[in-house]
Design a protein around this ligand. Structure first.
Ligand code: ATP
Length: 331
């Protein structure tokens, strides 16, 4: 039995969460859910976007599933608070092409490991006489920790190379430290190859030769931008899951936001949320169940009969969830 904290959030978050729960219900795995609140609706009810109770429920859980939240301007970001409070320092974003999805490339399977706790997301900003500045914080400890995570992930998943992405030719001190940390940690993994790209070149190589990447490790903002580019390579936001992992906690969420333009219409694609649960099951060591869930989703996508509009179909979110459940029942 696993204790899972569930944060459906706003917009399409509750819809894709409901679809996921419908699918998980018939799996051979016992999940005990604790509901928690965050985001815009939570702010309207409680005056905070991220109550202490939610943070403590997430800390106590074996894993947290997070739908999506609408950011309330001028208030704490719920997801950034969760990442910081739980020290979820590694953001893992797979870029994988699935048959049946309109991808730019049909043979991609790499992962972006983004440092999640510092860089330009440190939130240290100040006004100057004529504008404002933002502080880009890079430490050796956080850089070594994320690089070690990336090399271990490569080892664990049978990948042969880790590519560091940085801009050390311009950001000589901050990215100089990130680059040095990368090569220091690389020495501990003699069986894994290394490569490095400046971030601008990496953005181009993601389009021109993405097959060359196996694991990318990079700092916070670069990772955020490159992983949305990665999502664009493999069918868009409705298809891309992510994991936020620390030494004691983990949180799984689709890469997409709350999609207010389609919220309430019942047409959101549940795939990214379901693939986030696949990552969660893998994290919990339930590899067989993870594979089963992923295969059921892929079967439905490959058949192409019950798909949401963003995938070229005309089905509702829950119709797609039902079809995935049917596949699981007969598998
Ligand atoms: P937020 O402010 O919460 O980040 P957003 O609209 O800026 O919301 P996303 O929610 O990521 O950003 O949505 C970007 C676009 O992708 C929207 O047009 C949205 O409808 C579409 N989209 C995102 N997720 C899905 C999904 N699961 N299914 C279908 N379309 C989606």
């Amino acid at each position: 039995m696993y204790n899972i904290t569930l944060i459906p959030g706003d917009g399409i978050g509750p819809e894709v969460t409901e679809a996921l729960l419908h699918v998980l219900e018939i799996m051979d795995i016992e999940l005990d859910y604790t509901l928690a609140y965050a985001g815009d609706a939570c702010y309207n009810k409680t005056g905070t976007t991220i109550p202490d109770e939610t943070l403590s429920k997430a800390k106590k859980a074996d894993a947290t599933l997070f739908g999506s939240v609408t950011t309330v301007p001028g208030h704490k970001s719920a997801i950034i608070s969760l990442r910081n409070e739980l020290d979820l320092y590694a953001n893992l974003r797979p870029v994988k092409s699935y048959q049946g999805i309109n991808c730019l490339f049909d043979d991609l399977d790499f992962v972006i490991v983004r440092e999640n706790t510092e860089g330009l997301y440190s939130g240290i900003e100040g006004y100057t006489k004529d504008g404002a500045t933002a502080l880009r914080v890079i430490t050796r400890s956080a850089s070594e920790r994320i690089c070690k995570f990336a090399f271990k992930h490569a080892e664990k998943t049978g990948r042969n190379k880790v590519t560091a992405v940085h801009k050390a030719n311009v950001l000589k001190k901050t990215d100089g430290i990130f680059r040095e940390s990368f090569y220091k940690i690389a020495d501990e993994f003699p069986n894994i190859g290394t490569d490095e790209n400046y971030v601008d070149a990496a953005a181009m190589f993601l389009i021109t030769k993405p097959q060359d990447f196996e694991v990318i490790v990079t700092t916070n903002l670069f990772g955020d931008i490159l992983s949305d580019e990665g999502a664009g390579l493999v069918g868009g936001l409705g298809m891309v899951p992510s994991a936020n992992i620390g030494d004691n906690n983990a949180l799984f969420e689709p890469v997409h936001g709350s999609a207010p333009d389609i919220a309430g219409l019942g047409i959101s694609n549940p795939s990214a949320m379901i693939l986030s649960a696949v990552m969660m099951l893998d994290y919990l060591g339930e590899h067989y169940e993870a594979k089963k869930l992923e295969n059921a989703l892929l079967d439905v996508i490959c058949e192409g009969k019950v798909l949401t509009p963003d995938l070229g179909g005309s089905s509702k979110t829950m119709e797609m969830a039902q079809k995935i459940s049917d596949k699981l029942r007969i598998s």
